[in-house]
Write a protein that binds this ligand. Structure first.
Ligand code: GLN
Length: 231
């Protein structure tokens, strides 16, 4: 009988594992910058969200096909995607880097010639790698999640992977046996996305809530919780 009980629950897709933005913690609870800011914004604006960790590409496809209302998954705002999605206010800066095994001697794209590179399906990093693939003569293999992509490199099946800088930096800090060897390319921003021309109210509420949690310190608190004070 109250408004909260009647509030619509939006179905929001996210990645299965993309720390520090979304990941299952030791208690198997989904946490991370995306999860926490989405929940904080929903609370601030009085709407409900059901966040589903279905994988990055699956989350993006589900929004495009209208099965889910939105996606928050460290999703880069790109011109291609802006033709199909409406994005909320950009909330985190990113760029694409190449990472290799800790013990690798590879430091540049030229050394990828004839070698195998691991990519993650449907990502901006994969798009970038594919755009330079012919020029540098490397082969590619794709994975649906970041963990399996990293593993292909640490086990030596692939010599490199392409990933977003903040995610790769965090993973390495957490103990991944990889190192970043290139400067960030195709720099951009993460944004919350809905299918183009739909959910105008949801995007407005997201933007209003983001503005509030930025102003009241919640956003910085969330980011600091995962990345420390110099984030
Ligand atoms: N930021 C990248 C993209 O938008 C990767 C996102 C992800 O893997 N969750 O394509």
């Amino acid at each position: 009988s109250n408004i909260a009980a009647q509030a619509k629950t939006y179905q929001i897709g996210t990645d299965v594992t993309y720390p520090p933005f979304e990941f299952a913690n030791k208690q198997n609870k989904y946490v991370g910058i995306d999860i926490d800011i989405m929940n904080a914004i929903a609370k601030e604006e009085g709407f409900k969200v059901h966040i589903k960790p279905v994988g990055f590409n699956a989350a993006v496809q589900s929004v495009q096909s209208g099965q889910e209302d939105g996606v928050i998954a460290g999703m880069t705002i790109t011109p291609d995607r802006q033709a199909k999605f409406d994005f909320g206010t950009p909330y985190y800066k990113t760029g694409v880097v190449m990472a290799v095994a800790k013990s690798s001697h590879i430091t540049n794209f030229k050394q990828l010639k004839g070698k195998r590179v691991a990519l993650k399906t449907g990502t901006a990093a994969a798009d970038y790698a594919n755009s330079i693939k012919k020029k540098y003569g490397f082969k590619t293999v794709t994975f649906d999640d970041s963990d399996n992509m990293y593993q292909d490199v640490t086990t030596g099946n692939s010599v490199a992977c392409f990933e977003d800088q903040p995610v790769m930096q965090y993973g390495i800090k957490q103990g991944l046996k990889l190192k970043i060897v290139t400067k960030p390319a195709n720099t951009g921003w993460y944004g919350f996305a809905v299918k183009k021309g739909t959910h105008k109210a949801l995007v407005s509420k997201f933007n209003a809530g983001l503005k509030k949690i930025r102003a009241n310190g919640t956003y910085d608190k969330i980011v600091g919780q995962y990345l420390g004070s110099n984030a």
